[in-house]
Design a protein around this ligand. Structure first.
Ligand SMILES: [Zn+2]
Length: 364
């Protein structure tokens, strides 16, 4: 698809909200959106401290993600996408109507340094070594940007894979573990670092059951979600299909996506109620640390403390050991169904302050 002219102003919002960016641009009459990630957000330590020297984004990397708004199958809003379900026409679905293309921040500089119009407000000035202008249009009347988007718009079937170890005492109460099956690229980190953990967990549980006759008190449900990268399609549709049973019977959900981040240690997020449990477990579980002498055995907690997270969004949580908040992730399926008592918003706020307390406690 080709659009003739880059004649819309620059749009900017918080990094994850690309769907909102595109929708807003569409509503304001944009013909297309060219997206990039600010190095201020994704390479805050400067151009010399990016991949492969760190986990920060290099200048040539193009980000990826979905620009769809809202969770789940866009053709079955508010009800499960089972085979017999009615599908609304695609034109009525919550999908962007304009093309969107991501580019690297190196390439973005080429466009931004040629933008015309007024100088952007100070808060919009990034660190791409040019003065930002808001447009509309480029500085020279003869200049234009062509946007070629080579996506194939297809509808396809995706599957969830669900396995159950039936509970011994409370078989109708569920402890659910889940991770997604799809990935944008090779998925080394997202989701496959979690996939490795999830597969090992299910192997150990099945081995335990087969060898010793052990059964969990409640049923363990292992879920592999389809099409999560397109706004949690598989998990959303599953929770819509089983909303009643899950509301009554689900005890907890453990999302096993992305077990690691750039600092090679376990990555955890939890509601405040579980933070003590996570830290207590981290003291008990030993690991062989990859970059340490081969025979060294550390508690997971030691590794937390040795390797503070360095990504910008968690750097305020120093020293190192921190537990994020699952409510902050729109990818946690059914979080709103399974959050007992307090509203999700309250939990997230509480979790944020709890993190500081935990960090304090650990260093005392
Ligand atoms: Zn993921």
């Amino acid at each position: 698809m080709e659009r003739e002219k880059y004649n819309y102003p620059e749009v900017r919002s918080a990094p994850p909200d690309v769907g909102v960016q595109v929708r807003t641009a569409e509503e304001r009459g944009a013909l297309g959106v060219v997206m990039y990630r600010f190095p201020a957000d994704y390479a805050p330590a400067g151009p010399d401290f990016v991949y492969p020297h760190s986990s920060y984004m290099p200048p040539s990397a193009s980000p990826f993600g979905t620009v769809k708004l809202g969770d789940g199958d866009p053709l079955t809003p508010f009800y499960p996408a089972i085979e017999s379900a009615f599908r609304i026409p695609e034109e009525e679905a919550s999908l962007p109507k304009i093309p969107a293309q991501s580019i690297s921040y190196d390439d973005a500089w080429q466009i931004l340094s040629r933008m015309g119009g007024a100088v952007a407000p100070a808060s919009w000035q990034g660190n791409l070594n040019n003065t930002y202008h808001t447009g509309p249009g480029l500085a020279h009347p003869g200049w234009k940007v062509n946007v070629d988007v080579n996506n194939n718009n297809t509808q396809t079937i995706t599957y969830n894979v669900v396995g159950v170890i039936t509970g011994h005492e409370e078989p109708d109460r569920y402890v659910i573990l889940g991770n997604h099956l799809d990935a944008w690229l090779f998925g080394g980190l997202d989701p496959n670092s979690g996939t490795a953990a999830m597969l090992e967990l299910s192997r150990v549980f099945v081995h335990l059951r087969n060898e010793t006759g052990w059964r969990p008190r409640r049923s363990l449900v292992f879920c592999g979600w389809g099409a999560e990268e397109y706004m949690a399609v598989g998990s959303k549709e599953w929770t819509q299909q089983f909303a009643k049973q899950l509301s009554d019977r689900a005890v907890a959900y453990l999302n096993v996506d992305m077990a690691l981040e750039g600092n090679y240690t376990l990555r955890t997020m939890s509601s405040p109620l579980l933070t003590d449990a996570v830290f207590e477990s981290a003291k008990k579980v030993n690991v062989y640390a990859v970059h340490s002498p081969p025979s060294s055995v550390y508690a997971v907690l030691d590794v937390f403390l040795e390797r503070p997270l360095r990504t910008p969004r968690v750097s305020i949580r120093t020293p190192g050991a921190s537990i994020g908040t699952p409510g902050a992730s729109r990818r946690t399926p059914g979080a709103t169904i399974w959050t007992p008592g307090a509203s999700l918003r309250t939990q997230v706020a509480a979790a944020a302050s709890e993190e500081v307390n935990i960090a304090d406690k650990l260093w005392r």
